[in-house]
Design a protein around this ligand. Structure first.
Ligand code: IDP
Ligand code: MG
Length: 165
């Protein structure tokens, strides 16, 4: 069966994007959606979730040994605000999504990126995006693994956004 991250390098490529609790508290959800929609990407999954500690630890498994890991898991999963979890689809969306988000440390994020516009602290950097096709596959199945949570649809006017000739 087709990967949940679509087909790498085609217009069906998908990435996992999440507005983290600090971004939700700060009213940044619409800013994130606006940027991906305006660019021409297609929203194929969206939900508000308070992730369990277990899900959050799995999501950030590669950071388990870091000193900030416990604080990171707490802030993501304590329920003071939900995470707004999304899957976006389109050409090169994984790499472009990371570029739109900006560097992990907002003090190094370029102006114009989401973190570079709205954030000043690595511990409160508002948004997550998959960093590779393999991460996108893992993260989409973790957050949107149940049948029916992702929608296949054709965006109106997509022929004016994507063409191969
Ligand atoms: P990314 O979110 O840009 O992919 P990662 O290195 O994967 O960055 O780290 C995941 C998240 O862990 C970051 O977005 C940030 O919330 C948190 N984090 C990373 N480094 C630090 C740190 O030095 N202090 C506190 N939190 C950190
Ligand atoms: Mg990461």
């Amino acid at each position: 069966s087709k990967s949940l991250a679509g087909v790498k390098g085609t217009e069906t490529e998908r990435t996992f994007i999440a507005v983290k609790p600090d971004g939700v508290h700060r009213g940044l959800v619409h800013k994130v959606i606006e940027r991906f929609e305006n660019r021409g990407y297609k929203l194929v999954g969206l939900k508000a979730v308070v992730p369990s500690r277990q899900l959050t630890e799995e999501h950030y498994a590669d950071l388990k040994s870091k000193p900030f890991f416990k604080g990171l898991v707490d802030y993501m999963s304590n329920g003071e605000a939900p995470v707004i979890a999304m899957v976006w689809e389109g050409p090169d969306v994984i790499k472009q999504g990371r570029a739109m988000i900006g560097a992990t440390n907002p003090l190094q994020s370029a102006p114009g990126t989401i973190r570079g516009e709205y954030c000043v602290s690595v511990g409160r950097n508002a948004i997550h995006g998959s960093d590779s096709f393999e991460s996108a596959e893992k993260e989409i199945s973790l957050w949107f693994g149940k049948a029916g949570e992702l929608i296949d649809w054709k965006r109106s006017g997509s022929e004016w956004v994507i063409s191969n000739n």
